[in-house]
Ligand binder design. Structure first.
Ligand SMILES: *[C@@H]1O[C@H](CO)[C@@H](O)[C@H](O)[C@H]1NC(C)=O
Ligand SMILES: *[C@@H]1O[C@H](CO)[C@@H](O)[C@H](O)[C@H]1NC(C)=O
Ligand SMILES: *[C@@H]1O[C@H](CO)[C@@H](O)[C@H](O)[C@H]1NC(C)=O
Ligand SMILES: *[C@@H]1O[C@H](CO)[C@@H](O)[C@H](O)[C@H]1NC(C)=O
Ligand SMILES: *[C@@H]1O[C@H](CO)[C@@H](O)[C@H](O)[C@H]1NC(C)=O
Ligand SMILES: *[C@@H]1O[C@H](CO)[C@@H](O)[C@H](O)[C@H]1NC(C)=O
Length: 604
């Protein structure tokens, strides 16, 4: 059994192209990451984006929740089947299962009529000027061209039965001259682009002195011919011009053109996870990047991006200066979507109770203090601490498969809140082990799938494991939460370089290393393993027991268990960084055994 890995590294890291390069001045193809494209990510890929509140993430895909899993709190809405639903979430969840039933209006169903969108003056039924009839309006109205962008046009096409969305928003159609349409009045519409009908969008009436351009659309059909060599192939089969990939705009309709980017064109914002989002989503009060950085470092005065109906900086539209009069007709359901999101259960993990502890920047061999690593546990086998482990909530400990044997179940003890095992501190608590689950594909020769779960025994008469001094680390649900070169922390009771035994919990900073096959050719499995070591050239001692944690903090200082100390060769030599089990790869395995609600942070 591997007892300890101690890594002392002097590494000059020159990481490969997987880093985040700035967008400016790059040839356009460079913005798309080809390897990532093979994964066929879409707006339903929870490795890359958050699921909608009426969906949940299972095996990397957003799937429909059942309506009863929606929060009860809300007001009724009406759908196109003429039925009332208790809340918007109930309706959307029902629609997720029955896509032909769409949203109609906020409030109960009335006899006033239905929402309707249609196209006129086009030469085929895939194109034309957009006309809408709102539920409580009698006549059909046109949409102002200056409010019309890809997001709204996609939704209009979805609504009209074209699942691939829009082909062209700039098309011109000729209104017959003998029809005197008063175009000083038109509707301003604003969608997020993920709605399935324009009825979910915000409509505002605009009156101006001068006539408006009216919005037209050509919806996408499979026979649309883009030159294939110059086009980007969306996951849904649509083709878009290459230069529209990674510009923050969901041109594909399934978002697949924005999910594998090394940078973004134009004014879009790049998430650390390689996703381009529209710049106006930054600091708008809703987290869009799974890594959260679109809502960090926001100055107070930017927060009022939140308000709906604020004229967006238009992509080439007319100016809003001449607007005389505006009137909100339907408020749109986007605020309701956000409200529902805020009602979903939140998991408490990865946040220390006392955050006041100040730490020096020096790394390596730093003794920890009580509360510094509240997820760290020690596995005691007989008289000795043989491995580390990580508390992930409930009665569950995560560790390395090579640390435990099912046959020795009764020999193990889990020590929590331990600092020094020669001089045990008063906070120390000792738990017996109830069950050990070793990954079914663990390979002791290659260290593949070196991961195991330990279930601690509950005390007699107790329903829960009560670990008052422990805090669970969050389990990462996506491999994109952290990236090469991120600085993370390892901790443990590992041995010193000269094989001296260590009795007190120590910690050190390490950097994630992108491509480790160069250090361990043929033995490093990128999907399952993660290398980490030091990169700044100073003498950083980094160590941890086998089975112990490699944790990374996100932008909000929430701690994730990113790796489990697994193996490494020649501790202390720079060309042999430590290898960790990549926990994100095992999220489904973990949640299968411990229960989804214990580890799922979003949309359980
Ligand atoms: C890694 O991070 C260091 C600073 O922490 C920085 O100097 C270096 O350029 C980064 N390397 C890459 C490839 O991003
Ligand atoms: C919407 O209006 C168009 C044009 O008036 C009409 O052909 C269509 O049947 C209407 N759709 C619905 C669902 O009422
Ligand atoms: C157009 O309609 C507005 C109000 O709906 C009215 O004030 C205006 O006079 C009309 N213009 C024409 C040319 O009919
Ligand atoms: C929907 O209508 C209810 C009243 O029936 C109102 O309280 C609520 O704010 C409306 N929601 C939206 C998103 O307009
Ligand atoms: C990783 O390193 C190996 C060996 O140096 C190299 O063959 C491979 O192309 C690299 N992969 C990436 C993604 O950089
Ligand atoms: C995270 O922690 C660091 C250092 O402890 C601190 O400087 C920073 O302000 C914290 N960030 C947040 C968002 O709490």
């Amino acid at each position: 059994m591997k007892l300890a890995h101690l890594i002392l590294l002097l590494l000059d890291l020159h990481l490969s192209s997987s880093g985040h390069t700035p967008a400016s001045g790059l040839p356009q193809e460079d913005l798309v990451e080809q390897k990532c494209l093979l994964q066929k990510y879409t707006h339903l890929s929870c490795d890359k984006v958050f699921c909608q509140p009426w969906q949940k993430c299972i095996d990397g895909t957003c799937v429909c929740k059942l309506p009863y899993q929606c929060p009860k709190n809300g007001t009724p809405v009406c759908a196109t089947d003429g039925r009332n639903y208790p809340t918007y979430c109930h309706q959307k969840s029902f629609e997720c299962l029955h896509p032909e039933i769409k949203f109609s209006n906020n409030g109960t169903c009335t006899d006033q009529g239905k929402f309707n969108v249609s196209l006129i003056y086009g030469s085929t039924d895939t194109e034309g000027i957009v006309q809408v009839k709102l539920v409580d309006q009698n006549e059909k109205m046109f949409i102002c061209k200056n409010s019309w962008s890809v997001a709204e046009a996609n939704v209009a096409c979805f609504d009209l039965g074209f699942p691939l969305g829009v082909r062209d928003t700039q098309a011109r159609f000729n209104i017959p001259v003998n029809l005197h349409i008063n175009t000083t009045e038109c509707l301003h519409v604003r969608c997020r682009g993920i709605e399935t009908t324009l009825a979910e969008c915000t409509f505002t009436r605009r009156r101006t002195k001068t006539p408006h351009g009216l919005a037209g659309v050509v919806c996408y059909t499979q026979d649309a011919d883009f030159p294939t060599s110059q086009s980007f192939q969306c996951v849904n089969g649509k083709r878009i011009p290459q230069e529209k990939a990674c510009n923050g705009i969901n041109d594909c309709g399934d978002q697949s053109d924005e999910l594998c980017c090394t940078g973004c064109r134009g004014k879009a914002f790049i998430c650390k996870s390689g996703v381009c989002i529209p710049n106006q989503y930054r600091c708008n009060g809703e987290v869009d990047c799974i890594t959260g950085e679109d809502e960090s470092n926001c100055k107070e005065d930017r927060q009022h991006n939140i308000h709906e109906g604020v004229a967006r900086p238009d992509q080439g539209g007319e100016t809003e200066m001449e607007t005389e009069e505006t009137e909100m007709l339907t408020p749109g359901m986007d605020t309701e979507r956000k409200r529902i999101k805020s009602l979903l259960p939140k998991l408490s993990c990865g946040v220390k109770r006392n955050t006041h502890t100040r730490r020096k920047r020096v790394v390596g061999g730093q003794p920890a203090e009580v509360g510094d690593y509240p997820w760290q546990v020690a596995i005691k086998d007989g008289q000795r601490i043989t491995c580390g482990g990580i508390y992930i909530g409930g009665c569950w400990i995560l560790t390395a498969a090579h640390c435990v044997r099912r046959s020795k179940l009764h020999h193990y003890q889990i020590w929590t809140a331990l600092l020094d095992w020669l001089k045990p501190n008063s906070e120390l608590a000792i738990q017996a082990v109830n069950r050990i689950i070793i990954h079914e594909n663990y390979n002791g020769a290659t260290y593949q799938n070196d991961i195991a779960l330990i279930e601690m025994k509950k005390r007699p008469g107790k329903k829960e494991c009560e670990l008052s001094r422990s805090v669970p680390a969050c389990v990462p649900w996506s491999p994109y939460l952290f990236q090469p070169n991120d600085t993370c922390i390892i901790s443990g009771w590992g041995r010193e370089k000269d094989n001296q035994r260590v009795y007190s919990l120590r910690w050190g900073e390490v950097n994630l290393i992108g491509n480790c096959s160069q250090f361990y050719p043929g033995r490093y499995y990128e999907k399952e393993m993660q290398c980490a070591g030091t990169s700044d050239g100073s003498i950083d001692a980094c160590k941890g027991d086998s089975g112990g944690p490699l944790v990374c903090n996100d932008i909000n200082n929430v701690t994730y268990i990113w790796g489990i100390v697994s193996w490494g060769e020649n501790c202390g030599k720079p060309e042999f960084p430590g290898v960790y089990t990549r926990v994100a790869n095992y999220f489904d395995w973990i949640s299968y055994h411990v229960g989804r609600s214990l580890v799922s942070q979003h949309n359980v």
